[in-house]
Design a binder for this molecule. Sequence first.
Ligand SMILES: O=c1ccn([C@@H]2O[C@H](COP(=O)(O)O)[C@@H](O)[C@H]2O)c(=O)[nH]1
Length: 308
Amino acid sequence: MNSNFADRLIEEGTRKNSVLVVGLDPDIRYFPDFILEGIDSSSDESIAEAIYACNTIIIDAVADHVIAVKPQLAYYEVYGSYGIQALEKTIRYARSKGLIVINDAKRGDIGSTSAAYARAFLGNGAMSGDMVTVNPFLGSDGYMPFIEAAQENHKGLFLLLKTSNPSSYEIQDLKLENGDLLYYKLAEEIEKLASQTVGVHDYSFIGAVVGATYPAEAKQIRTKLPHSIFLVPGFGIQGGQPEDLREFFDDNGHGAVISSSRGVIYSYMNRTTEWKKITLPEMISCITEAASTAKDQINVVRFNNVPI
Ligand SMILES: O=c1ccn([C@@H]2O[C@H](COP(=O)(O)O)[C@@H](O)[C@H]2O)c(=O)[nH]1
């Protein structure tokens, strides 16, 4: 086992020739009819069964083309304990297929509570994956417990830095007294820790979330934060284009993993207005093709070999 999770991410990316992460954001309104057959839409238990069934189809369809899956916790928590069970089964299933699991939980609290969150997501329990997203805006006592747990258990984390959403500038781009932006300052703080915790590829298990929708900002962040792998959401449906991804990678094509959720898992909705009626083989083929296309588009950019 790699003792620094950054090495595992990089080496898996090389082995699979992919840095694509597929987000598992289950929304039953977008499920084909065949998955919902016999499902009671007023029962959380029944919906959670459909979610797990759908996730296994997606995982099988994308497993050869992605290094990781990223369940978005909100979509599971909404169904209470049944939703959490669907999440736990999904994590187990994805790991059984050799995939890295990034829990997109965006947790962070006062130190004692963060320590409990860190045990939940970076420990050995059923809800623990390999990495978790962390909200650093409570300060270092809020994020250090995640860093300590990740180090102890050979796992990793991504601290929210410059998120992909349109209003992220409202807080993250606030100007400090010295003229720096808030996210610059945070990048400097992360770098102090990341530079001390690098693996053999010179990256740390302490990563950062930087949205594909902010390529110019990513270029500047990279100069401040050379030792963190970026988790890059916002590619596809939110507007991030393949050519926007160039700045996220280093000269070796390392340094970032690119996430896409709806663009892959609901790709069949773009194929036909009759998408509700698609069959299982049609669903699989659409999702596999979407993942394979996204992987190839990203590879062209990260190896900088062909102009888009
Ligand atoms: O800055 C961020 C951080 C997290 N997300 C999450 O990623 C996915 C994006 O979904 P798409 O369908 O690929 O747009 C979603 O789960 C967000 O909660 C983000 O978008 N931006």
